[in-house]
Design a protein around this ligand. Structure first.
Ligand code: CA
Ligand code: CA
Ligand code: CA
Ligand code: CA
Length: 272
């Protein structure tokens, strides 16, 4: 392969990564009349134009579509979030035309994001992986729907009622791409539900992944924390007594170096 070809392939991959768009949260069953449903998308690129994307909702009963929403002219916000849902949902930017408990049917059903148009998905279009960007098959204590899973190329179906409180919980994407139930968080970062605690040299470092505050317990004197990108660029250095605020960091993976009592500790830090 000529070097110039490699360069273009490299640039193409970088571009695709920067444009990544995922289904980040689904709340199909909301309290009372169930008219606070929403789907949250997240892009690693803020203010990502959603032209050319369509969100399609599929029935488990017949493995075919019951709704499609063209996202042309919409975009993610300055953080990277986009919310489609019933009127009144916090941060909703695409409001369903009427309030109904079945705008997002309670499982077993699926939500899928395609690079396509609404016209490609008339009602009762069978599930397909053609032009599929992301999909989530979910339920509420229902058995796995093999038709939806196979038709969307998925192996895991997520239960909105996993904590026996589907009305007050949504399904939220975690750092590893799996979904867990938690208090609905439309238009803001999902609850950090899978937490890795690092215990090293007598220190207890958490939360990781982190969205706002990183805590370090066990310090016997002020430590010096430095955060680097994976390519070694220093982002910040500051003294740390117990915790520090990393909410301003861009989502991604960093190296955290802590110098404490003459000992240097390095851990990988995931910012959500
Ligand atoms: Ca719910
Ligand atoms: Ca089915
Ligand atoms: Ca519903
Ligand atoms: Ca959220």
């Amino acid at each position: 392969m000529k070097p110039i070809d490699s360069l273009f392939i490299f640039m193409g991959i970088s571009f695709l990564n920067a444009q990544a768009l995922v289904i980040n949260e689904i709340d199909a069953d909301s309290p009372g009349a169930d008219t606070a449903e929403f789907i949250e998308l997240y892009s690693s690129t803020p203010n990502l134009a959603l032209d050319g994307y369509v969100l399609v909702l599929f029935n488990g009963a017949d493995d075919a579509s019951y709704a499609a929403y063209d996202l042309d002219s919409y975009s993610t916000d300055a953080i990277g979030f986009f919310v489609i849902g019933d009127s009144g949902v916090t941060g909703v930017s695409y409001t369903f035309s009427s309030s109904s408990s079945s705008n997002i049917q309670n499982g077993a059903e699926a939500v899928a994001l395609y690079q396509a148009n609404k016209a490609d998905f008339p009602i009762d279009t069978p599930v397909t992986t053609t032009n599929l960007i992301d999909a989530v098959v979910y339920d509420s204590d229902d058995p796995d729907d093999t038709g939806l899973l196979a038709g969307l190329g998925k192996t895991v179906q997520y239960n909105e009622n996993a904590s026996s409180d589907a009305a007050n919980h949504s399904l939220q994407r975690q750092a590893d791409g799996s979904f867990k139930t938690g208090t609905p968080s439309p238009n803001i970062a999902n609850a950090v539900l899978s937490i890795e605690t690092t215990e090293i040299s007598g220190l207890h470092i958490y939360l990781n992944p982190v969205s706002q505050m990183l805590y370090v317990e066990g310090l016997t004197q002020t430590a010096i924390a430095t955060i680097y990108t994976l390519s070694g660029e220093r982002i910040l250095t500051k003294p740390i007594h117990h915790s520090f605020d990393v909410s301003h960091l861009t989502t991604g993976i960093y190296m955290l170096r802590l110098i404490h009592n003459g000992t240097t500790i390095r851990i990988k830090l995931v910012k959500q």
